[in-house]
Design a protein around this ligand. Structure first.
Ligand SMILES: [Zn+2]
Length: 296
């Protein structure tokens, strides 16, 4: 089953339901960053809900950037999710394995106390940032608070990542149920009833329920509005990394050029390594000198 997001509206448009299956996306994050189980669960949950926020964007060139600054073992986590379905992310310390007394992965403890921030970016412009204090660090609760506080939409978020014994991802997904403007008391009662009887989303995905099946199974009259693909995808490349190198001083670049193996830069989001050898570095130095000469 390919990862995807499905959006539906129920109860005369008063309740929005979004579901994502994200098993492959989280597996790719695990492989790229060598995530240990608790880190897989934490980053996987953050990527899954961020992808839903990305899918809510209006334009193809918009990106949602989400960060959790917690004081737990994981440290900073960052995720970018685009309208196109491209999602990338990293965690400062990928090697975290914490379980609670019930032998469940302890995401709340690994995240710790701190903040959840969401920014909407249009091209290079950072349009809007909104932050809340983390509720539990379990990520689902934290986003529910974010939607309720920052977007004024009472929301329930169910998100889960099942990690198997060998550390791979068995199932990952998220479900968002939101009360839309104009909702009534009876819409709230119905949503509460549905939420009380909800199975964990990761279990539904593991039982091979598709996002369409999940979205249409909860309320009686759900219209599916949109469906889109989602995947782990980073937009870094050799040229962009070269531009980053170009911001170094000629002295620093000369020093790098004298190292035996040149310079290697890594993209923090996808862990791709970009190598620049002596000749590449000398070319960059020449370009910089040329610019400086023409400015003099
Ligand atoms: Zn990258």
């Amino acid at each position: 089953m390919k990862d995807k997001i499905v959006t539906g509206l129920a109860n005369d448009g008063h309740i929005r339901i979004m579901a994502i299956s994200s098993t492959q996306m989280v597996q790719e994050a695990k492989d790229r960053h060598d995530l240990w189980p608790t880190a897989s669960a934490a980053l996987g949950r953050l990527m899954s809900v961020s992808a839903l926020l990305g899918a809510q964007l209006k334009n193809e060139d918009e990106v949602i950037s989400v960060r959790i600054d917690g004081d737990g073992e994981l440290g900073l986590m960052r995720v970018d999710a685009a309208k196109t379905g491209a999602v990338r992310g990293f965690v400062m310390n990928p090697h975290v394995m914490l379980v609670n007394d019930d032998k469940h992965l302890d995401v709340g403890k690994a995240v710790g106390k701190g903040t959840l921030s969401v920014s909407r970016n249009y091209g290079l412009k950072n349009e809007f940032t909104s932050s809340i204090e983390l509720v539990s660090g379990e990520i689902g609760d934290d986003f529910a608070m974010y939607f309720t506080q920052s977007e004024q939409l009472p929301s329930v978020v169910s998100v889960g990542v099942l990690v198997n014994k060998d550390g791979n991802i068995d199932a990952a997904g998220a479900l968002l149920i939101q009360m839309m403007p104009g909702h009534t008391e009876s819409d709230i009662n119905m949503a509460e009833y549905v939420v009380e009887h909800l199975k964990p989303i990761s279990q539904m995905i593991q039982e091979k329920m598709t996002p369409e099946m999940i979205v249409t199974s909860l309320f009686n009259d759900t219209d599916v509005l949109a469906e889109s693909a989602v995947e782990f995808k980073c937009h870094c490349n050799h040229d962009k990394m070269r531009e980053t190198l170009k911001t170094l001083t000629v002295n620093d670049l000369t020093e790098l050029a004298h190292e035996d193996d040149g310079a290697t830069l890594e993209c923090q989001y996808c862990n791709t390594h970009y190598h620049f050898d002596k000749k590449d570095l000398m070319d960059i130095i020449q370009e910089k000198k040329h610019v400086e000469d023409s400015q003099a």
